[in-house]
Design a protein. Sequence first.
Lengths: 68, 250
Amino acid sequence: MPKVTFREDLCKGCGLCVSACPRKILEIAKDQINRKGHNPARITDQGKCIGCAFCATMCPDCVITVEK
Amino acid sequence: MVVFEKPKSLTDKEFHYCPGCPHGIIHRLVAEAIDTLGIEGIAIGVAPVGCAVMAYDYFKCDMVEAAHGRAPAMATGIKRSLPENIVFTYQGDGDLASIGMAETVHAATRNENITVIFVNNAIYGMTGGQMAPTSLPGQVTQTSPYGRDVKTAGYPIKVAELLSSLDGPAYIARVAVNNVKHVLEAKKAIQKAFENQIQGKGFSLVEVVSACPTNWGMTPQKALEWVEEKMIPYYPLGVYKDKKAEKEAE
């Protein structure tokens, strides 16, 4: 079962992972603010993840770890 | 099983770059190449002046900081005195293509056995978005508010094409990091540039077409679209010079 984890304190909310996700299951958490003062990215439906790691490939801040 | 995690050759220090800055992606690709080739113990990096000036904080290998544009000259000295080590420079367009042009061209024509990672985002990022030698014709920057006028400011310097006209360098390629496919291609090119040095082939330069969302005044997504629409047509991607491949073809 693919699993993505976000080290959300490092996230700068740029949204590059959101636009890279082919399953459209990532979003910028508008209701949340991290230590840096950004709205971090998060996954909405872990069950739909295919573990392609496109999100992690485009993440400039090494926030995302992908497991399969 | 972990399929993707932060490469071991990056330190735990958080990148200081702006949100969505592709410098982070390119740092990661360099670190992945170092990890894959198992050279973390012998790699020596030369940091530039520009946004990536703090690169020495991010790579888990020996790093030195060069004077503005002089990274290839410094790398030459390091490589010649420590030939067993793997020496790379990481430079932006203001550093490599402007003040450091002489050092770059001469290191290339001498075919120094070093690896150069050249990040081209068509603007001076750290100093606030001034026109760079690589800014596109008509591009609006802080110092070209009506767009770059080629009559007075000249045309952009195409570094990959320029250096590939020399007989010296072993490998010159241009890649981009604006989408997943291009990032994976960039990863291969950067790894090849390091392999060339291990095999003693000589000067390898990878030009990475990048973006500067902050100084271009765009969202990170829009900036990457702008790379696809404007930058890549002007700076075509591909391998411009590959000495071994040329030899095989003969």
